[in-house]
Design a protein around this ligand. Structure first.
Ligand SMILES: NC(=O)c1ccc[n+]([C@@H]2O[C@H](COP(=O)([O-])OP(=O)(O)OC[C@H]3O[C@@H](n4cnc5c(N)ncnc54)[C@H](OP(=O)(O)O)[C@@H]3O)[C@@H](O)[C@H]2O)c1
Length: 227
């Protein structure tokens, strides 16, 4: 059987790291993009993972890594890089620096990553999954906490929708995924799930995606979420 390849954008910690672990154990070729490869000690310990430098906000960084798509057809592209930003309660507009950092990471990041690797994934009939959040669901939101993060993930959802329109007809399947509230650096100790359980669920959702799921928004159990 041909070995499958996954490219993970943002794999140094948290869910990206756990995806790298689980896909490696499952026998996939894992291309793991991280901002500072020399500091990604936990990832280095994962057998068989190929690290490469990647800052999802940087056009230059993506241009430097675009060749990876020429080497192997990408069966799966995972955009895991994310930033929460200010932990606000109530309707509080962020400062300029926070706005720029969060929007560049959570919105510009998926745009650039998908534009760089989308054609390769579509050509292979593969999948593109962006880790979004239920906090970005306009339909399901009932709170104002983390206003900037919510707005960024709502925007990321539109990036997914447009990517689905672009790459679906070319053979790809593009989805937004909510991992649950997970105990990572971002989710904190109060999270409801460990990273292993969330990623195991997300892998199963990705594995089961049919072509008609293109442009969908699902949680780690496969439940469809409102945009
Ligand atoms: N944890 C949760 O409960 C939860 C819930 C809903 C959605 N999500 C989403 O799931 C994704 C992963 O979250 P997490 O919990 O794993 O977060 P995390 O533990 O805070 O890890 C964030 C990851 O993103 C990377 N990253 C940030 N900016 C980057 C950039 N410009 N280029 C490349 N990598 C970058 C970080 O790399 P460095 O080590 O270089 O900083 C780190 O590997 C995020 O998109 C998040 O919004 C998480």
């Amino acid at each position: 059987m041909t070995q499958k390849t996954v490219l993970i954008a943002g794999a140094s910690r948290g869910l990206g790291l756990e995806f790298a672990r689980q896909y490696s154990i499952a026998g996939w070729k894992v291309l793991a993009g991280v901002r500072e490869p020399a500091r990604a000690v936990a990832l280095m310990r994962v057998k068989g993972v190929e690290l490469f430098p990647l800052d999802v906000t940087s056009a230059g960084s993506l241009a430097d890594s675009a060749w990876l798509a020429d080497e192997d057809p990408l069966d799966l592209l995972l955009v895991c890089a994310g930033l929460y930003g200010p932990d606000t309660a109530g309707f509080l507009a962020p400062g300029d620096a926070d706005f720029d950092a969060v929007m560049r990471t959570n919105v510009l990041g998926p745009m650039r990553v998908i534009q760089t690797f989308g054609d390769s994934v579509a050509k292979a009939g593969g999948r593109i999954a962006v880790l979004s959040s239920a906090m970005g669901s306009i339909g399901a939101s009932t709170q104002t906490s983390g206003l900037l993060y919510r707005a960024s993930k709502a925007a990321a959802n539109m990036v997914v929708k447009c990517a689905a329109l672009e790459y679906g007809p070319k053979g790809g399947t593009v989805v937004a995924l909510h991992p649950g509230w997970v105990r990572t650096d971002m989710g904190g100790e109060g999270g409801e799930l460990d990273a292993y359980t969330s990623v195991r669920g997300l892998r199963s959702v990705i594995e089961g995606l049919e072509a008609q799921a293109n442009g969908g928004f699902f949680d780690w159990r496969g439940e469809a979420l409102p945009w």
